[in-house]
Design a binder for this molecule. Sequence first.
Ligand code: ZN
Length: 73
Amino acid sequence: MPIYEYECGKCGGRVEALIRTEKDVPRKCGKCGGKLVKTLSGFSVSMASSGPKHEPSAACASCPSSGCPHSHR
Ligand SMILES: [Zn+2]
């Protein structure tokens, strides 16, 4: 299941949310009511749990997560 991490643009607080439907997307920070922005770190977590499609290695440390040229599939 996709778990996304959101960061508050106002206080910098982080919120992790399990997104099953559009309604699960958090809109506001629980502390200050600021706007939440999805962070990329949450995306990589969901990638890691989805299977061994892209196993990170030393050679991949500098690869962008969306376009690894090493093609681990
Ligand atoms: Zn906040």
